[in-house]
Design a protein around this ligand. Structure first.
Ligand SMILES: [Cu+2]
Length: 486
């Protein structure tokens, strides 16, 4: 008989095997350059959006007919999609109409290099919005790309109940695609009684997070979208789950990655991509001929999971070979690696976290019955963030000089993966001690067990910026801090 631990490692082996054995299609010698730089020019135009955080009980397609008390920003849709053109200013008015007394809200615009005051972190940069209150965000995004937004208060529950939205800044294409889809991947945690199950558990927080029970894309199970045939379709794929790490690929069609975390990269063939929470991937797919299907698939499980199906219909749009046009180059400043200051950040578990993880791995042991003296399981450089609501911030993890280049050595000494996110900056991923990564930029990078990933950036944005794991239970149980740029 297998122990639970053996079974878990067996699952991991199966996943790896699934990813490796998967056949790859087509060629991979796409153009290795980017298009000309696109420089934002504020054009005076504004896009005004009203976002009202409220409970709106409804039946999303993945709920199996059940009505659940979801929390959303707008009526009628699982998640609003805000679109603006580069150069336009977003004016977003947030109203807090959540039903629970004392439930606070802010909006963090994930990945946007915006002024610190608009970053939406309670206490650190703004007072949280009380029930009945409102707050207006106003900023002009400097970069194109695929982003999302979410609250930065009680995040595990807010994500769990669906309080997030998509933000797209257009203007990066050098050649138009034939069609576009936004595909937001998120699990829902529904208990046997048909209601939401607890979003935060000590067992989950001390290990890889508390997983949802129903997988979805755009709040539907394996939704099917009709797309033009033999066409180049742009997929903006987002992982908006607070926990799930996927290994995504496209089955049945040739596909190329053109941007990671919104930042354009020279196109490269998508075999599979390790896809951590809060990360995004822009992919161009050459759809099959009329009647064919291509499937966005997650290979990081014992059996590949079909996440969304693209069904081709109609006359062929293209006849030549697949040669996806690169997007325009971004204006993210290039770090001066030779003269950069190196800083090491070690992501570790606390003594409490290590013992809870150990106990949680014993079959039948209910960690919830422990009278835990501390809910702090994780640390950055041996410091745990003690207040999940950001109230008692303490000193920053590091002070950075404005305009200087830094190399952050992100060192994970735990047995879990951690998607590490830095607010207000986009970093260049330099490399990993464990895997080969294509040259790219990101705002969130997945650091695997005992992996070290080096990233570099110019600290050009003044203010206090959160620096944390985006497995939200890890964040709320200690793996969070902030940087000060002056
Ligand atoms: Cu983590």
């Amino acid at each position: 008989m297998f122990s639970r631990r053996q079974l878990i490692s067996g699952v991991a082996l199966t996943c790896t095997a699934a990813a490796i054995q998967r056949p790859t299609l087509g060629r991979a010698d796409y153009r290795s350059t980017l298009g000309p730089t696109v420089t934002p020019v504020a054009n005076g135009r504004t896009v005004e959006v009203a976002l009202e955080a409220a409970e709106r009980p409804q039946v999303f397609p993945c709920f199996g007919g059940r009505k659940l008390p979801v929390w959303t920003f707008q009526e009628g849709v699982p998640a609003p999609v805000i679109r603006l053109r580069l150069g336009e200013t977003l004016v977003a008015t947030l109203r807090n109409s959540l039903p629970r007394p004392g439930e606070l809200v802010t909006i963090h615009w994930h990945g946007i290099r915006l002024p610190n005051a608009q970053d939406g972190v309670p206490y650190l940069v703004q007072p949280p919005v009380e029930p009945g209150g409102s707050y207006t965000y106003r900023f002009t995004p400097p970069d194109t790309g695929t982003y999302f937004f979410h609250t930065h208060c009680n995040s595990v529950e807010h994500f769990g109940r669906g309080l997030y939205g998509i933000l797209i800044v257009e203007g990066d294409e050098t050649a138009p695609c034939d069609h576009e889809l936004v595909l937001a991947m998120k699990d829902w945690r529904i208990g046997d009684d048909g209601n939401f199950a607890p979003f935060y558990t000590s067992e989950g927080a001390a290990k890889s997070g508390t997983h949802g029970t129903v997988r979805s894309v755009n709040s539907a199970i394996s939704p099917r979208y009709t797309v033009p045939s033999s066409a180049d379709v742009r997929l903006r794929i987002l992982n908006v789950d607070p926990t799930r790490i996927a290994q995504i690929g496209i089955e049945g069609a040739e596909a190329a990655v053109v941007a990671i975390d919104g930042v354009p990269c020279p196109p490269f063939a998508l075999d599979t991509w390790r896809f951590g929470p809060a990360t995004r991937l822009d992919v161009i797919v050459r759809t099959p001929a009329d009647g064919g299907v291509a499937t966005l698939t997650d290979y990081f499980s014992a059996q590949p999971v079909p996440l969304a199906v693209l069904a081709s219909a109609g006359d062929a749009r293209r006849t030549g070979g697949f040669d996806p046009a690169p997007l325009r180059s971004s204006i993210v400043p290039e770090p001066d690696i030779a003269n950069a200051t190196h800083m090491n950040f070690t992501f570790s578990s606390t003594a409490t976290g290590a013992s809870v993880a150990e106990l949680a791995s014993i079959d039948g042991f209910d960690v919830g019955s422990l009278c835990l003296s501390s809910q702090t399981f994780w640390a950055i450089n041996k410091r745990s963030w003690v207040s999940k609501d950001h109230r008692n911030t303490g000193p920053p993890l590091a002070k950075l000089d404005r305009g200087k280049s830094y190399v952050f050595e992100l060192e994970n000494v735990t047995a879990q993966s951690h998607p590490i996110h830095i607010h207000g900056h986009t970093f260049k991923v330099l490399g990993s001690n464990k895997r080969k990564l294509p040259p790219h930029h990101a705002d969130t990078v997945l650091v695997g067990p005992r992996e070290r990933v080096d990233v570099a950036f110019v600290a050009d944005n003044p203010g206090n910026w959160m620096f944390h794991c985006h497995i939200l239970e890890h964040q709320e149980s200690g793996m969070m801090g902030y940087l000060t740029v002056t």
